[in-house]
Write a protein that binds this ligand. Structure first.
Ligand code: ADP
Ligand code: MG
Ligand code: MG
Length: 209
């Protein structure tokens, strides 16, 4: 079950991870973008972390919605609206529930990622963060259908996220700033795919406890 306590821990861990990997994300973005992805993610998740005490009394759905608003407005760049859409759209599915089982979290994730895709007008193999979220969703669904529990499902999703992240290296960028580089974008790992991997890892670790 995913509850408010786990979600707060998720955001806390994600903030730690974005801070710890700020330089790496910046270096990845320097190669095919404008070098600010680490700064953007660290700023957004640090802001979210500072809001956590105020969020404790919100319902789970309101908490996820609030996170989307904070990330949308404080990450900035291309990635802020995309992460914002993921949480804002996903939050709508939560309704009054204060706990999500593995199936309900699938609905959150699938709807959130659909929001991201709508916002980014992206498809797979365009070298973006969606190249992590798409295989993660597939892995999640496969394992949910096989009857696995949330923790086990997310463990498998971390591996799928890592594979998806690394698969962006040989891709030609077709969306965002990296696409301006054309063929020169090939051979570099996508920064947004990398921060998405960290976000999914933080989620798994929070559920595992
Ligand atoms: P900016 O490019 O505005 O500086 P960031 O550096 O924070 O923004 O984020 C760049 C990341 O955003 C990319 O690595 C990519 O994963 C993601 N991204 C950019 N455009 C799109 C898009 N249209 N769809 C999905 N993801 C995108
Ligand atoms: Mg950038
Ligand atoms: Mg920028």
């Amino acid at each position: 079950m995913l509850n408010k306590r786990i979600v707060l821990t998720w955001f806390e861990r994600a903030a730690e991870s974005m801070a710890a990997n700020k330089d790496e994300l910046g270096i990845l973005d320097a190669a095919i973008g404008d070098a600010d992805h680490g700064i953007n993610m660290d700023r957004g998740f640090n802001k979210l972390r500072s809001e956590l005490p105020k969020m404790e009394d919100l319902s789970l759905g309101e908490m996820l919605k609030r996170a989307g608003m904070v990330l949308l407005s404080s990450i900035g760049g291309a990635s802020g609206p995309l992460y914002g859409a993921l949480f804002l759209k996903g939050a709508i599915t939560v309704g009054d529930a204060n706990e999500l089982d593995a199936a309900a979290f699938m609905t959150f994730l699938a709807t959130g990622v659909a929001g991201l895709v709508e916002r980014g007008r992206t498809e797979e193999n365009e070298k973006t963060m969606y190249d992590v979220w798409a295989p993660v969703l597939r892995e999640y669904k496969k394992n949910l259908d096989a009857g696995m529990g949330l923790e086990e499902i997310l463990k498998a999703c971390v591996d799928a996220a890592e594979t998806g992240m690394k698969a962006t290296i040989p891709m030609l960028a077709l969306k965002g700033r990296a696409s301006y580089l054309g063929e020169r974008s090939i051979g570099h790992q996508d920064p947004g795919a990398t921060s998405s991997y960290y976000l999914i890892t933080a989620l798994y670790e929070s559920v595992r406890g």
